[in-house]
Ligand binder design. Structure first.
Ligand code: NDP
Length: 333
């Protein structure tokens, strides 16, 4: 079995990851760590977790095999390094760190310690995105030419905290959502971005100079160009993902979500077809892959290297928005 310690008494763990761990036949949650002893105790009680601790050494010294890190973004780096050093496998939330330099150090320390490091990019685990990736790889749309990602949402009130108020915690929509879009584009296209040009805005929700909306234009190695739109403030927008090729188009709707939802339409000269795909919970699938990797079978669905890529892409988008220039993306892998 894999005994987990949760680093962070977070919303995402409560809403999705605790259930995803418990959905594994060999998954067990042994302890939760919060920076506040009170919050740790309350969270453990509410979620049926046997132990509550309020410092990292206590957690890493306990009988656990792996940690799931879902603290605010500025804390991931030190916590992941400490966990690797203690020989614990690490499933870390995105962005892996605040800079791709730090993310590279995390990957290096995981290698050195011989532990599995995964990035929790949930969208790779969605049946919709896997169906699109398979269709692209099988040549069903011919040569992919362009992609469009619609991922501007309304940030729920209960999450209108550090994301819109604390730059030092890695707030802002680019580190929150653009990282996912960069990763999903890489996954679906089987291609890597080489440069980005981005505009960001503050449309009334985020303060402290943080952005709550972004539009990015990406160029990929193959020559494909993509656009992505991320936002916190568009209450009535829906989400989507499209890939347009020489022989067909893939048009997915309501797929940039945490739920195994949405539809994928394939349109070619022979007509339209709704692609069918499995509706497995995204986070449970992420955990399933991670547990397999811990057993030495394959890699997590998104590796540490994938986390470096998505962060390098987001970093370049922020640099582009700040400078008004197109910025090269180099994950230095
Ligand atoms: P939360 O704001 O819910 O939790 C982050 C931290 O905030 C917690 O670790 C906790 O600190 C602290 N906190 C929570 N509630 C309170 C409170 N009432 N008072 C004071 N502090 C509190 O963040 P999210 O769960 O939304 O995000 C956490 C991480 O997960 C981020 O890195 C985010 O990017 C990522 N994420 C990923 C998603 C995905 O689908 N892959 C989806 C959502 C988030 P402490 O632990 O010290 O108690």
């Amino acid at each position: 079995s894999v005994k987990w310690g949760l680093i962070g008494a977070s919303t995402i763990a409560r809403q999705f990851m605790i259930d995803a761990i418990r959905a594994q036949p060999d998954g067990e949650i042994a302890a939760v760590m919060s920076s506040s002893a009170e919050r740790a105790t309350a969270y453990a009680r509410e979620n049926g977790i046997p132990a509550a601790v309020s410092n990292l050494d206590a957690l890493l010294g306990s009988d656990i095999d792996a940690v799931y890190i879902s603290t605010t973004n500025e804390l991931h780096f030190e916590q992941a390094l400490a966990a690797a050093k203690a020989g614990k496998h690490v499933l870390c939330e995105k962005p892996l760190a605040l800079t791709s330099d730090d993310a590279r150090k995390m990957v290096a320390s995981a290698k050195e310690a011989g532990i599995v490091l995964g990035t929790n990019h949930h969208l790779r685990n969605a049946g919709a995105h896997r169906a699109m990736r398979d269709a692209v790889a099988a040549g069903r749309i011919g040569n992919p030419i362009a992609a469009r990602v619609f991922h501007s949402v309304y940030l729920p009130e209960n999450l209108q905290g550090w994301r819109i108020a604390r730059p030092e915690a890695g707030g802002g929509v680019v580190l929150d959502i653009t990282v996912h879009d960069a990763d999903t584009l890489r996954f679906v296209l089987g291609d890597d971005p080489v440069e980005v040009s981005a505009f960001t805005q503050s449309a009334g929700m985020a303060g402290s100079g943080l952005e709550d909306g972004a539009m990015c234009v990406w160029r990929f190695k193959s020559g494909l160009i993509a656009q992505s739109h991320e936002g916190f403030t568009t209450r009535f927008a829906d989400t989507g993902f499209e890939v347009h090729g020489s022989q067909g188009s893939l048009i997915a709707r309501d797929v940039m979500t945490q739920k195994p939802a949405g539809s994928v339409l394939l349109r070619t000269a022979s007509g339209e077809e709704q692609l069918s795909f499995d509706r497995e919970d995204l986070y449970a699938r992420s955990l399933r892959g991670f547990h397999a990797a811990v057993r030495g079978e394959g890699q997590p669905s998104a590796t540490g290297e994938d986390g470096i890529w998505s962060l390098a892409a987001a970093e370049a988008a922020l640099q582009s928005a700040a400078s008004g220039r197109t910025v090269k993306i180099d994950p230095k892998l």
